[in-house]
Design a binder for this molecule. Structure first.
Ligand code: ADP
Ligand code: MG
Length: 249
């Protein structure tokens, strides 16, 4: 039987009684790189925030490895979109990563390393060790994104959620982030990414959830990333996809 890392039933989320996510059922199996795609305003970020309990839902039942959020929170790592962070806050890259360890006291005592060592090794993994003491606001977009990824890594989660991690990062950083996500998958972890760039979907992701307020499709990339489904999700905006060189079946 498949273990669902994430299972969502009947999720509806509304802002001022206007639904942004409407009656969505979806699931993501354990150990995949999964993309949530759909046009601007499709409700992708809203779905993620509702799943993580950051905003209220009108209806819906959400479980992580079969457990509700309250029992699963220690398994969940979240990388917020860069745009949602107050970069004027005076803090270093190392501080940002150490913040990911709060609430993990029991865990790092057992490992026998101190928080700084753990945070430094995560910064090293994302190629940011040299910038540990730099103010976060002085880092480039890609470096900020790597720092937030390092913070998620120290959380040692089973399932990671990221909202558009490749926005405003250079190609080298994008490849570096993808390599880290693939190594997480190789460890059996599940990674859920709100993703914008249709051209890289088949290359990066095993699993796709296609959304346009309502669910359009949910399943293996090879099965659901079809021109039929893309037309349903993107409608008239799809004409340019072929010009962009997006290959669909
Ligand atoms: P996506 O991430 O797919 O681009 P969002 O989840 O951000 O879409 O937004 C879905 C819809 O909800 C959009 O129409 C957006 O304008 C609206 N929306 C998002 N956040 C808010 C908010 N805080 N208050 C009111 N409306 C919102
Ligand atoms: Mg969004």
């Amino acid at each position: 039987m498949t273990t669902w890392a994430l299972e969502i039933e009947d999720l509806t989320v509304a802002y001022h009684s206007k639904p942004a996510v409407w009656d969505v059922d979806m699931c993501i199996p354990e150990g995949v790189l999964a993309a949530i795609i759909g046009p601007n305003g499709a409700g992708k970020s809203t779905l993620l925030k509702a799943a993580l309990g950051l905003i209220p839902k009108a209806t819906g039942h959400i479980t992580f490895y079969g457990k509700p959020y309250a029992q699963a929170r220690a398994w969940i790592g979240y990388v917020p979109p860069r745009g949602s962070v107050d970069w004027d806050f005076p803090t270093t890259a190392l501080d940002v990563v150490r913040m990911g360890l709060y609430g993990k006291l029991g865990w790092f005592k057992r490992v026998g390393k101190n928080e700084t060592e753990l945070a430094m090794s995560a910064l090293e993994q994302v190629g940011m060790a040299d910038y540990a003491h730099r103010q976060i606001r002085q880092l480039s977009g890609g470096q900020q994104q790597r720092t937030f990824l390092a913070r998620a890594l120290v959380q040692d989660a089973r399932i990671y959620f990221m909202d558009e991690p490749f926005v405003a990062v250079d190609a080298v950083t994008e490849k570096a982030i993808v390599a880290i996500l693939q190594s997480l998958r190789a460890q059996g972890k599940t990674v859920v990414v709100v993703h914008h760039d249709l051209q890289t979907v088949t290359e990066y992701f095993d699993w796709v959830t296609m959304l346009n307020v309502q669910l359009v499709a949910n399943g293996k990339t090879a099965e659901v990333f079809t021109s039929d489904n893309l037309h349903k999700a993107y409608g008239g905006k799809l004409a340019f996809l072929n010009d962009m060189g997006v290959e669909v079946r």
